[in-house]
Design a protein around this ligand. Structure first.
Ligand SMILES: [Fe+2]
Length: 204
Protein backbone atom coordinates (compact mmCIF):
# COMPACT_ATOMS: atom_id res chain seq x y z
CA UNK A 1 0.00 0.00 0.00
CA UNK A 2 1.39 3.41 -0.90
CA UNK A 3 1.74 6.27 1.55
CA UNK A 4 -0.91 9.03 1.51
CA UNK A 5 -0.81 12.68 2.68
CA UNK A 6 -4.12 13.91 4.14
CA UNK A 7 -5.46 17.33 3.14
CA UNK A 8 -5.97 19.44 6.29
CA UNK A 9 -9.08 21.53 5.57
CA UNK A 10 -9.10 22.67 9.23
CA UNK A 11 -5.93 24.71 8.54
CA UNK A 12 -7.72 27.03 6.07
CA UNK A 13 -7.84 30.50 7.68
CA UNK A 14 -10.62 33.02 7.02
CA UNK A 15 -11.56 36.64 7.73
CA UNK A 16 -7.92 37.74 8.03
CA UNK A 17 -6.95 41.39 8.28
CA UNK A 18 -5.74 42.56 4.83
CA UNK A 19 -5.65 39.13 3.11
CA UNK A 20 -9.06 38.37 1.55
CA UNK A 21 -11.01 35.11 1.71
CA UNK A 22 -10.81 35.01 -2.11
CA UNK A 23 -7.00 35.17 -2.00
CA UNK A 24 -6.86 32.42 0.63
CA UNK A 25 -9.38 30.35 -1.33
CA UNK A 26 -7.32 30.38 -4.57
CA UNK A 27 -4.14 29.69 -2.64
CA UNK A 28 -5.54 26.89 -0.45
CA UNK A 29 -7.84 25.14 -2.91
CA UNK A 30 -5.64 25.36 -6.02
CA UNK A 31 -2.03 25.57 -4.87
CA UNK A 32 -1.90 23.76 -1.52
CA UNK A 33 -4.26 20.99 -2.61
CA UNK A 34 -2.36 20.79 -5.91
CA UNK A 35 0.85 19.90 -4.04
CA UNK A 36 -0.89 17.29 -1.88
CA UNK A 37 -2.67 15.68 -4.85
CA UNK A 38 0.53 15.47 -6.89
CA UNK A 39 2.45 14.07 -3.91
CA UNK A 40 -0.17 11.33 -3.52
CA UNK A 41 -0.04 10.63 -7.27
CA UNK A 42 3.77 10.29 -7.04
CA UNK A 43 3.51 8.00 -4.01
CA UNK A 44 1.08 5.80 -5.93
CA UNK A 45 3.50 5.51 -8.86
CA UNK A 46 6.77 5.18 -6.91
CA UNK A 47 6.43 1.56 -5.74
CA UNK A 48 6.23 0.42 -9.36
CA UNK A 49 8.84 2.75 -10.89
CA UNK A 50 11.58 0.90 -12.78
CA UNK A 51 14.64 1.28 -10.53
CA UNK A 52 16.83 -0.64 -12.95
CA UNK A 53 16.53 2.30 -15.41
CA UNK A 54 17.48 4.98 -12.84
CA UNK A 55 19.57 7.66 -14.58
CA UNK A 56 20.74 11.10 -13.41
CA UNK A 57 20.11 12.87 -16.76
CA UNK A 58 16.60 11.57 -17.18
CA UNK A 59 14.66 8.61 -15.89
CA UNK A 60 11.11 8.09 -14.68
CA UNK A 61 12.46 7.16 -11.25
CA UNK A 62 14.56 10.36 -11.02
CA UNK A 63 11.62 12.57 -12.05
CA UNK A 64 9.37 10.95 -9.44
CA UNK A 65 12.02 11.32 -6.69
CA UNK A 66 12.72 14.92 -7.69
CA UNK A 67 9.07 15.96 -7.65
CA UNK A 68 8.45 13.94 -4.50
CA UNK A 69 10.52 16.39 -2.42
CA UNK A 70 9.08 19.40 -4.32
CA UNK A 71 5.52 18.36 -3.56
CA UNK A 72 6.29 17.04 -0.06
CA UNK A 73 7.93 20.30 0.98
CA UNK A 74 5.20 22.27 -0.84
CA UNK A 75 2.51 20.40 1.13
CA UNK A 76 4.34 20.73 4.46
CA UNK A 77 5.29 24.41 4.16
CA UNK A 78 1.76 25.36 3.05
CA UNK A 79 0.33 23.62 6.12
CA UNK A 80 2.73 25.54 8.40
CA UNK A 81 1.86 28.74 6.49
CA UNK A 82 -1.94 28.38 6.66
CA UNK A 83 -1.98 27.03 10.20
CA UNK A 84 0.34 29.92 11.11
CA UNK A 85 -2.35 32.52 10.29
CA UNK A 86 -5.42 33.43 12.35
CA UNK A 87 -8.16 36.07 12.52
CA UNK A 88 -7.95 35.92 16.33
CA UNK A 89 -5.22 38.46 16.91
CA UNK A 90 -3.06 38.35 20.01
CA UNK A 91 0.03 40.13 21.26
CA UNK A 92 3.42 38.70 20.40
CA UNK A 93 4.31 36.52 23.41
CA UNK A 94 7.12 37.85 25.60
CA UNK A 95 8.93 34.50 25.43
CA UNK A 96 8.94 34.69 21.62
CA UNK A 97 10.26 38.26 21.75
CA UNK A 98 13.04 37.14 24.08
CA UNK A 99 13.95 34.25 21.77
CA UNK A 100 14.36 36.49 18.71
CA UNK A 101 16.04 39.22 20.76
CA UNK A 102 18.77 36.76 21.63
CA UNK A 103 19.55 35.89 18.00
CA UNK A 104 18.54 39.08 16.11
CA UNK A 105 19.07 41.89 18.63
CA UNK A 106 15.38 42.84 18.97
CA UNK A 107 11.91 41.80 17.82
CA UNK A 108 11.86 44.73 15.37
CA UNK A 109 15.19 43.67 13.86
CA UNK A 110 13.86 40.13 13.43
CA UNK A 111 10.72 41.43 11.62
CA UNK A 112 12.90 43.64 9.40
CA UNK A 113 15.14 40.70 8.50
CA UNK A 114 12.16 38.31 8.02
CA UNK A 115 10.43 40.73 5.63
CA UNK A 116 13.69 41.54 3.80
CA UNK A 117 14.14 37.78 3.29
CA UNK A 118 10.56 37.69 1.94
CA UNK A 119 11.51 40.43 -0.52
CA UNK A 120 14.84 38.90 -1.58
CA UNK A 121 13.59 35.38 -2.40
CA UNK A 122 11.11 33.99 -4.92
CA UNK A 123 9.27 31.42 -2.83
CA UNK A 124 9.57 31.50 0.93
CA UNK A 125 10.81 33.32 3.98
CA UNK A 126 11.17 30.83 6.83
CA UNK A 127 11.98 31.30 10.49
CA UNK A 128 13.79 28.10 11.40
CA UNK A 129 15.23 26.69 14.59
CA UNK A 130 18.67 25.38 13.72
CA UNK A 131 19.34 22.13 15.57
CA UNK A 132 23.04 22.37 14.78
CA UNK A 133 23.52 25.49 16.88
CA UNK A 134 20.27 26.04 18.80
CA UNK A 135 19.82 29.42 17.03
CA UNK A 136 16.80 30.90 15.29
CA UNK A 137 17.52 31.90 11.69
CA UNK A 138 15.60 33.46 8.79
CA UNK A 139 16.08 31.36 5.67
CA UNK A 140 15.04 32.30 2.12
CA UNK A 141 14.06 29.70 -0.47
CA UNK A 142 13.46 30.14 -4.20
CA UNK A 143 11.88 26.71 -4.54
CA UNK A 144 10.69 24.27 -1.91
CA UNK A 145 13.33 21.59 -2.16
CA UNK A 146 16.54 23.59 -2.19
CA UNK A 147 18.08 26.39 -0.14
CA UNK A 148 17.11 24.88 3.21
CA UNK A 149 19.63 23.81 5.78
CA UNK A 150 19.78 20.35 7.26
CA UNK A 151 18.50 19.75 10.78
CA UNK A 152 16.57 22.99 10.96
CA UNK A 153 12.94 23.08 12.05
CA UNK A 154 10.61 25.61 10.42
CA UNK A 155 8.94 27.74 13.10
CA UNK A 156 7.12 30.26 10.87
CA UNK A 157 6.54 30.12 7.09
CA UNK A 158 5.81 33.18 4.92
CA UNK A 159 4.73 32.29 1.38
CA UNK A 160 5.96 34.96 -1.06
CA UNK A 161 5.10 33.25 -4.35
CA UNK A 162 2.88 35.60 -6.40
CA UNK A 163 -0.06 33.22 -6.01
CA UNK A 164 -0.12 34.03 -2.26
CA UNK A 165 -0.90 37.75 -2.69
CA UNK A 166 -1.65 38.84 -6.30
CA UNK A 167 -5.44 38.73 -5.84
CA UNK A 168 -5.19 41.37 -3.11
CA UNK A 169 -1.97 43.27 -3.78
CA UNK A 170 -0.98 42.78 -7.42
CA UNK A 171 2.78 43.36 -7.68
CA UNK A 172 2.97 45.25 -4.34
CA UNK A 173 4.50 42.59 -2.14
CA UNK A 174 5.31 44.98 0.74
CA UNK A 175 1.62 45.44 1.63
CA UNK A 176 1.20 41.69 1.78
CA UNK A 177 4.23 41.32 4.08
CA UNK A 178 2.63 43.80 6.49
CA UNK A 179 -0.75 42.04 6.27
CA UNK A 180 0.88 38.68 6.94
CA UNK A 181 2.58 39.98 10.08
CA UNK A 182 -0.79 41.27 11.39
CA UNK A 183 -2.34 37.80 11.19
CA UNK A 184 0.37 35.57 12.62
CA UNK A 185 -0.99 32.79 14.84
CA UNK A 186 1.47 33.26 17.71
CA UNK A 187 0.04 30.33 19.58
CA UNK A 188 1.14 27.97 16.79
CA UNK A 189 4.51 29.70 16.43
CA UNK A 190 5.14 29.29 20.12
CA UNK A 191 4.17 25.60 20.02
CA UNK A 192 6.53 24.91 17.12
CA UNK A 193 9.36 26.79 18.85
CA UNK A 194 8.91 24.77 22.05
CA UNK A 195 8.89 21.48 20.12
CA UNK A 196 12.05 22.56 18.27
CA UNK A 197 13.79 23.37 21.56
CA UNK A 198 12.95 19.90 22.89
CA UNK A 199 14.30 18.34 19.69
CA UNK A 200 17.50 20.38 20.12
CA UNK A 201 17.98 19.05 23.64
CA UNK A 202 17.77 15.49 22.33
CA UNK A 203 19.89 16.30 19.29
CA UNK A 204 22.92 17.95 20.91
FE1 LIG B 1 1.85 29.12 -1.92
Amino acid sequence: MSEKWEIKDKFKPKDLDGISNQQIDYHFETHYKGYVNKLNEIWEKLPNADRSKANQNYSDFRELKLEETFNYDGSLLHEIYFNGLTSTHSNVPESFKKAVEKDFGSYEKWVEDFKATGTAFRGWSLLVFDLNTGKLRNIGADIHNTNGIWNAIVVLALDVYEHAYYTDFGPKRAGYLDAFMKNVNWNEVQKRLEKARKAYEVFK
